[in-house]
Write a protein that binds this ligand. Structure first.
Ligand SMILES: [Zn+2]
Length: 297
């Protein structure tokens, strides 16, 4: 018995709606479209003005072309590795950095310390430097970069540290990350060191570099034993003798910051890293030197 009134109301609502639609002014939808089109045009103009405004080209959300101008300026002024690349490689480097930046989450771990796009871009570029010879952009389990302004206390290490890598997450002091690139030939680079740890955590899962890793173990193990017996490594800093993983991370820093000295002192070690990373910093540095000596006609 109760169904009848409900059905009636339902039908009545349908009729009401049906009869209401034709009473709308005929030009109503046209105005909606005009307002939407004007809003879209204004937004595009706003985006272009943002991009044209110098450094702000890489601030906020932007289209890739605009981002590329800002990124080229920033990365080339801070990262000497980028200057070793040729035109095609630079374009690929920026493209990969952009993808890495969007794949990672960047988190400030200090109140009042804001993560900027400059930080996101340069840390992503550091990751890009390591994986530039690979198809993969970054280790699949790496999801988050935590940033601190200065050194920070680590519960896990029970010490004040400049950087730390845990499964899926890398923590970096922004001050020391920058220092690593400002002095680019002292074999110390916090970003490369910590991000090399993220690769170590996962690279034994990569079938593509299994043979190269075995070769690396064969050259790195005797060097590690030598370091353990003799505190003075000769080439690597003492900290590399802590364990094989630290030797890996420190040797990556040397691979990028002192390739000539590395190859001169430990050629097989250098070559094994070059095979794993599928890139050759020494060859790039020599190519750059040669290009600089060619006289201009
Ligand atoms: Zn380390």
């Amino acid at each position: 018995m109760a169904a009848r009134p409900l059905l009636f109301i339902h039908k009545a609502r349908g009729l009401t709606l049906f009869s209401f639609m034709p009473t709308l002014p005929s030009g109503y939808m046209v105005y909606v479209f005009i307002i939407a089109a004007v809003a879209a045009i204004l937004y595009k103009v706003y985006q272009k003005r943002q991009a044209a405004d110098g450094d702000s080209a890489y601030v906020g959300t932007f289209e890739f072309e605009n981002w590329q101008n800002g990124a080229t300026h920033l990365i080339s002024s801070r990262m000497s590795f980028f200057l070793l690349l040729d035109y095609e490689e630079r374009s690929r480097f920026l493209d990969r950095t952009y993808q890495i930046m969007n794949a990672l989450q960047f988190v400030s771990r200090e109140e009042g310390f804001e993560v900027t796009d400059e930080m996101r871009m340069l840390v992503s570029a550091s990751m890009c430097q390591l994986t530039f010879g690979w198809t993969e952009l970054l280790p699949p389990n790496l999801k988050q970069i935590d940033l601190f302004s200065e050194s920070f206390y680590s519960q896990a290490a029970r010490a004040e540290v400049k950087g730390l890598t845990l499964p899926g997450r890398t923590m970096l002091s922004w001050r020391y990350f920058q220092e690593g690139y400002q002095i680019d030939n002292d074999k110390i680079n916090l970003g490369l060191h910590e991000l090399a740890h993220t690769i170590w955590d996962e690279m034994y899962n990569y079938d593509s570099v299994k043979e190269e890793l075995d070769r690396w173990q064969r050259v790195a193990t005797p060097e590690f034993i030598r370091m353990r017996r003799n505190a003075d490594s000769g080439f690597f800093r003492d900290y590399a003798g802590t364990n094989m993983e630290e030797l890996w991370a420190c040797s990556i820093e040397c691979f990028f910051e002192a390739p000539e000295e590395f190859y001169a002192q430990l050629p097989d070690f250098y070559k094994s890293l070059s095979e794993i990373l599928n890139q050759d910093t020494l060859a790039r540095a020599l190519r750059k030197k040669q290009a600089a000596t060619i006289p201009v006609a």
